[in-house]
Ligand binder design. Structure first.
Ligand code: F6P
Length: 357
């Protein structure tokens, strides 16, 4: 009987629990293996004893629709330079390898974005651990897979927000700005912008000018359309090339604030009444969409089959309507931004959506 571990790493998103459920159903329910959930990403393995949660098939049904991750996760603390309570920094990679051995694992399934998966792979290589990876990120920037877990739910949430903003924007004759996540990629913005009928979509991949945005608003006004919906991705730079960020009381710096910056610019330029909605982490929470549940289920089952076949150092991906696996090293080296000449950009332009350029 194999013993496998599963962990979620990096920022959470909708669909992580659905993956855990699928893995447990197939590995424990199907093959009769023991599945151990590792708590708090690699931090659960570096603890002595390792922090785990037993996962059994009759206890995971409810996970299909549950947001977040029951295992907990973190995107803080690179194990190779781990911040210790005494203020020093230590390489904890060997502690993680020791945790894997202490649990007697035959393999581990790591669910993460490109950054977390790169770290997990480095540890697996160092300790000769059997790793299988599953891609998740609302940013959808892992280029090798058409779908990463969490993206579809985030697009659904942003689209629904636009649907709601339409009515209040029209009622008050306002310019409504919706700031969405996505880090350096504009996938959420352009997808939700098209699906939600936005008039302007600003993404990091295409530089905007204030004049072009204001012109779109005024053109709509001249057509009797007294309101305007703008979607802006959090990493969009100002026309001066600045990335807008904010820092909390702990000194943590985060993307965010371009929406308000843009609103102020537009009001100053054409006197339009503006309001800003920052969706923030609502895009990562909540019930996963049917597509994310489906992808999560397919990825979870496929990851277990890789282990059954003894195929390691591979990531499951969605390509051409099916799940295939690729070497993790190849998968994480292929970053995907929005293609300025691709279908989504062409569609947006074809619909008359202003992209700011
Ligand atoms: O990578 C996922 C993501 O949600 C980005 O879209 C966003 O910029 C970032 O994580 C937010 O991270 P945190 O949860 O640390 O605020």
């Amino acid at each position: 009987m194999k013993r496998i571990g599963i962990l979620t790493s990096g920022g959470d998103c909708a669909g992580l629990n659905a993956i855990i459920r699928a893995v447990v159903c197939r590995a424990a329910g199907g093959y009769g293996w023991k599945v151990m959930g590792i708590r708090q990403a690699t931090q659960g393995l570096m603890s002595d004893p390792p922090q785990i949660m037993a996962l059994e098939p009759d206890k995971v049904d409810h996970l299909l629709t549950m947001g977040g991750t029951i295992l907990g996760t973190t995107n803080k603390g690179d194990p190779f330079a781990f911040p210790m309570p005494d203020g020093t920094v230590r390489d904890r990679s060997e502690d993680i390898i020791a945790g894997y051995r202490q649990l007697g694992l035959d393999a581990i399934i790591g669910i993460g974005g490109d950054g977390s998966l790169a770290i997990l792979r480095r540890i697996a290589q160092q300790g000769d651990l059997n790793l299988v990876a599953i891609p998740k990120t609302i940013d959808n920037d892992i280029g090798i897979t058409e779908n990463s877990i969490g993206f579809d739910t985030a697009v659904n949430i942003a689209t629904e927000a636009l649907d709601r903003l339409h009515f209040t924007a029209a009622s008050h004759s306002r310019v409504m700005i919706l700031e969405v996540m996505g880090r350096d990629a504009g996938h959420i913005a352009i997808s939700a912008g098209i699906a939600g009928g936005a008039d302007v979509v600003l993404i990091p991949e295409i530089a905007y000018t204030l004049e072009n945005v204001c012109q779109q608003i005024q053109e709509r006004q001249s057509q009797g359309k007294n309101y305007c919906l703008i979607v802006v991705s959090e990493a969009v730079c100002t026309p001066d090339g600045e990335t807008v960020t904010n820092t909390n009381a702990l000194g943590q710096c985060r993307l965010g604030g371009i929406g308000q910056h843009l609103a102020d610019q537009i009001s100053a330029c054409i006197g339009a009444e503006t309001r800003v909605t920052v969706l923030g982490h609502t895009q990562r929470g909540g019930i996963p969409s049917p597509l994310d549940r489906l992808t999560a289920s397919a990825f979870g089952v496929a990851a277990v089959e890789l282990i059954a076949e003894g195929l390691y150092d591979r990531m499951v991906t969605w390509q051409n309507r099916q799940v295939v696996s690729v070497p993790i090293a190849e998968a994480i080296s292929y970053y995907r931004a929005v293609d300025p000449n691709g279908t989504l950009v062409k569609t947006a332009r074809g619909l008359g959506i202003c992209l700011g350029d």
